[in-house]
Each structure stands twice: as structure tokens, then as C-alpha cells.
Design a protein. Structure first.
Length: 217
């Protein structure tokens, strides 16, 4: 079954909802300028409260960062007990190797490819990420933003990739279209943030609906 990640969690109610929805990953944003940003102190308080109230188990915890000092990233990992870091900037492979957790690397899929799958630049970049023990995440590029745009990209650029690599599909997913995305693209994991919000806030009903759609396939 396709895994799924709910990203941009900022409060305990929705953190519990994500766990109850049987999500595989839960994301917390530390990227400067994001409307979903948490600082290290508030994230630690939230995560500690979540763990105190729900116990062990549940989704893997992911922190999102973009071109931030490595020492800061590793401190957040330690203080908050993160299982993964999602890198959304231009971090080099040497940087990834010194992150003290598993790594997800965001990559822009906003490119057209007229080459066969295994010769496309996007496929080659994805293999490089995997060869460096990280997981590629495909998202839409939006100038001035690092993920969380709520917009999709042209899925034809990654059709067939799942035959040989594991990847996370993000960008414009919601409860209404995630089933089609899974059937068409067969990603290892799907990632949603804006698509489970109402008026800019996480909506527990939409989180549960998204999970039902994923788990029904």
C-alpha cells in the first residue's frame, strides 16, 4: 500500500489526528518565511505533548529545512527527536551526509522531458539522491516558495519512475485527486499539506478523508 505523509502540523489536535489516520510520516516546518513555520522551542513543546498523550509508535517525524546551518538542523533533530529531515533548498550531497537523521530531498519536477525515462535529467537526479541514501520527493517549483504551494506539476515527467525507484509525490494533492495520482503514478509515498487545509488551517476531516482515499487502494 502507498505510504502517506501529512505535512505542516502546528498543533496537538491535528498531530493526534494524523496519528489516528495511520499516516506513515508527519511533517513539521522549520523553513524561514513559511506560514507553517515552527521554531525549535515550540516544536519541541508540541512534539513532547504529542508523545506524552499518545505514547510510542505512530508516524515517523519529519522536519523541513531549507539552506539552514547544519548545526541548527542537527540540534533540532536532537531536541525534537526527528526521524527524518526533508531538505527543500540547494543543499549539496556533502551536507546530507552530515545530517543526523534519514534524509528526504525535495526536487523540482517542473521540467518537461522528451527523452525516454532513464535518460531524463530528473531520473538521473533522482538516482543520485537514492545513491546518497536519501529519498527523492517531487514537488512543483514556485518562485519565492519552497514547497507547500498547493499546486501540481505535470505528472508525465515522472510516469514510469516507480518501476525502478521509490519516491514521494507532492504538489497539489488532496482527497479528491490522490486516488487518481496513486493509480497513475504508483508512488512509494504521497505528501499533502495545503490539500488538507480549510482557510489556511489543517482540517481534521480532510486529513481523515485523505487517509481513507490512500488506504482504500
Amino acid at each position: 500500500m502507498t505510504k502517506f505523509k501529512i505535512c505542516g502540523i502546528k498543533d496537538l489536535i491535528n498531530a493526534k489526528t494524523v496519528r489516528n489516520a495511520n499516516a506513515d510520516f508527519m511533517g513539521f516546518v522549520f523553513v524561514p518565511g513559511s506560514r507553517r513555520k515552527l521554531d525549535m522551542s515550540s516544536a519541541k513543546t508540541l512534539i513532547d505533548s504529542y508523545r506524552d498523550s499518545t505514547g510510542s509508535g505512530g508516524p515517523a517525524l519529519v522536519g523541513l529545512f531549507a539552506d539552514q546551518p547544519l548545526d541548527y538542523v542537527n540540534e533540532v533533530i536532537e531536541q525534537c527527536g526527528l526521524d527524518y529531515v526533508q531538505l527543500c533548498g540547494q543543499e549539496a550531497t556533502e551536507y546530507w551526509a552530515n545530517v543526523n537523521s534519514k534524509v528526504i530531498k525535495s526536487i523540482s519536477a517542473d521540467i518537461s522531458t522528451d527523452n525516454v525515462k532513464n535518460d531524463s535529467n530528473l531520473f538521473k537526479d533522482s538516482k543520485k539522491i537514492l545513491d546518497n541514501d536519501a529519498i527523492p520527493l517531487y514537488d512543483k517549483f514556485e518562485k519565492g516558495q519552497l514547497g507547500g504551494t498547493g499546486k501540481s506539476f505535470d505528472w508525465t515527467s515522472i510516469e514510469g519512475f516507480s518501476d525502478s525507484i521509490n519516491f514521494i509525490l507532492a504538489g497539489g494533492l488532496n482527497p479528491e485527486n490522490v486516488g487518481n495520482a496513486i493509480q497513475r503514478i504508483t508512488p512509494w509515498c504521497v505528501d499533502v499539506s495545503t490539500g488538507v487545509e480549510t482557510d489556511g488551517r489543517k482540517d481534521p476531516d480532510k486529513i481523515l478523508k485523505f487517509s481513507e482515499e490512500v488506504q482504500s487502494l
